[in-house]
Design a protein around this ligand. Structure first.
Ligand SMILES: [Zn+2]
Ligand SMILES: [Zn+2]
Length: 218
């Protein structure tokens, strides 16, 4: 079975997710925005062997603990190539927005792209490119759950007004996500989890009476 542990980190309360195989104990970390010691504690409590960190996107609140975690577990770090310019400015943006000093995350060990498959123990996680919040935003899919980063939240959608954001792309990405089965759990980059079915109906941006009519020509 694939298990999920959520760790809420940093001043923007970003979610870091440990996704791991309960038999082999092999796992990955999806996003590492801050509070590396909290993440490490959860890894050790659950006896997970973290083989890599995968970022949903390059914003500082999702990547600033990557360096410390990578050093601690000697694991790899991956991100979509189109978010490299954002990743390279992560510490600088954090300083500008929150006035806090961090060192910049390390260079990625490689890049992930749409359709890539990540093995976690006996299971597979698929990469879906879901740009719009940032050009290189991705979602990670298991067989019954999706990690949406800052693209889709419980009751909200990602902002598209940051550098590199794009509303048209965001709407196309949301459309792609809403094609997943209603029963799929959604694990966003901030806030509580939800399901595709609930968001389809109740999300005020994309639901049946939502702000963005995904089913109509725009
Ligand atoms: Zn973001
Ligand atoms: Zn965020």
């Amino acid at each position: 079975m694939l298990l999920i542990e959520r760790v809420v980190v940093g001043p923007l309360m970003s979610n870091a997710y440990l996704v791991f195989d309960n038999v082999k104990g092999e796992g990955i970390l999806i996003d590492a925005g801050d509070d590396s010691e909290k993440i490490i504690e959860t890894v050790e409590k659950n006896k997970i062997r973290v083989k890599a960190i995968y970022a949903t996107h390059g914003h500082f609140d999702h990547v600033l603990a990557v360096g410390e975690i990578k050093d601690y577990f000697e694991c790899k770090f991956y991100i979509h190539r189109e978010d490299l310019p954002i990743l390279e400015k992560a510490a600088e943006s954090c300083k500008k927005l929150l006035g806090r000093d961090y060192s910049n995350p390390p260079n990625p060990d490689g890049y992930i792209k749409d359709g890539d498959k990540i093995t976690v123990g006996e299971y597979e996680i698929k990469v879906m490119h879901t740009p719009g919040h940032t050009p290189g935003s991705v979602s990670y899919l298991s067989k019954d759950a999706v990690f949406t980063g800052d693209t889709l939240f419980a009751g909200a959608v990602g902002r598209y007004d940051f550098p590199g954001g794009n509303l048209e792309q965001l709407l196309d990405s949301l459309k792609k996500l809403l094609k997943l089965p209603d029963s799929f759990s959604v694990y966003p980059g901030h806030g509580p989890s939800t399901t595709i079915g609930v968001e389809k109906v109740h999300n005020p941006f994309i639901g049946e009476r939502g702000l963005y009519r995904l089913n109509e020509k725009r």
